[in-house]
Every structure is written in C-alpha cells, then in structure tokens.
Design a protein around this ligand. Structure first.
Ligand SMILES: CC(C)(COP(=O)(O)OP(=O)(O)OC[C@H]1O[C@@H](n2cnc3c(N)ncnc32)[C@H](O)[C@@H]1OP(=O)(O)O)[C@@H](O)C(=O)NCCC(=O)NCCS
Length: 141
C-alpha cells in the first residue's frame, strides 16, 4: 500500500521548478515549471498541496487581487494521480478563507465543474472572457 502525507502551505520556501511538474494537463501551449513559479510569485494569495514524501507540489490554487475589494482565482489544479481525494476542495476552502476580507471573489469554469464550486458555497453567474492563445505559455515578456 502506498502511503503519503499531504501538507498544505502558502509559502514558496523550498519550492523550485523541479517540484512543480505535471500541471497544465491538456493545455496546447502550457507554461513551463519556471513560469508556473513566476505565476505563484506574482499572485496575491496561493496555496499549495505538497506530497511530503517526495516534496513535489501536487496541487495549487492562486488568486490575483486589488487587495481592497476584489479577487479573481485564475488557477486550480490537482495532478491526475492525486485527484478525487479532497485535495482540490481543501485548496479552494483555504484560498476562500485567505480572501475572506474582500467583497468579491470570482472565477471562470466549465459547467461540469460548477457543482464542485457550489459545494464550497460559490454561486453560478455569467461572465465574459478574452483569450490570446499565443500568450498561453506565459513565455512572452
Ligand atoms: C477540479 C479539480 C481541481 C478537483 O480536484 P480534486 O482534488 O479531484 O477534487 P476533490 O477530490 O476535492 O473533489 C472531487 C469532487 O469534485 C468533482 N469534480 C472534480 N472535477 C470535476 C469535473 N471536471 N467535472 C465534474 N466534477 C468534478 C468530482 O466528481 C468529485 O466529486 P465526488 O466527491 O462527489 O466524487 C481537479 O479535478 C482538476 O485539477 N481538474 C483539472 C483542472 C481544472 O478543471 N481546474 C478547475 C479550473 S476552474
């Protein structure tokens, strides 16, 4: 039987790009692990789930914000081998708590994930988006 312990952290201490692999599954032009680290460094708040036995990050969530009224959650992902164990739910709960001093917390998601977010108290709404797919990897300056 495999045994691992999941540790949750909002610190990047000891987090190097080699610990941030396996994310952006299915993206055509995915960010590199180095770019992923830059995303976390530039975020207002984030939480990581780390496999204590390997030290690898196996889930993340991040939020960007004006720090006064509004926040947006652009990223949440659990690497495939660790899905379905409550890690995604725990990450959402932790970031919502970290943002609970703000007025609005928004995110965009596909319809099939809406029940997942409803379970932590979020509501369905209508949004608008724009995507520049040539920038999807985040490699552009
Ligand atoms: C969404 C995601 C973060 C959930 O992480 P997780 O650790 O597997 O989530 P949990 O174990 O806490 O909860 C799983 C529950 O959410 C549901 N769920 C998760 N992803 C879902 C999806 N895409 N469609 C429908 N239901 C989904 C599961 O059915 C499960 O429900 P159950 O407990 O009744 O069986 C993970 O599936 C993932 O990384 N998906 C790819 C990236 C993504 O879609 N991110 C969200 C962007 S808005």
């Amino acid at each position: 039987m495999e045994w691992w312990m999941i540790v949750y952290t909002d610190s990047l201490d000891g987090i190097t790009p080699d610990k941030l692999t396996g994310f952006f599954v299915g993206w055509l032009n995915p960010p590199s692990a180095e770019t992923h680290l830059r995303v976390l460094q530039g975020s207002y708040k984030f939480w990581l789930a780390v496999d204590d036995t390997t030290g690898k990050v196996i889930g993340y969530i991040n939020a960007i914000s004006d720090g006064v009224l509004a926040a947006f959650i652009p990223g949440l992902e659990v690497v495939p081998e660790y899905k379905g164990q409550g890690i995604g739910t725990e990450l959402v709960k932790r970031i919502l708590h970290s943002l609970s001093h703000l007025y609005s917390i928004d995110l965009m998601c596909d319809a099939d994930v809406q029940p997942f977010y409803e379970r932590v108290g979020m509501h369905r709404y209508t949004g608008m988006i724009l995507r520049y797919y040539e920038n999807q990897s985040g490699a552009n300056p």
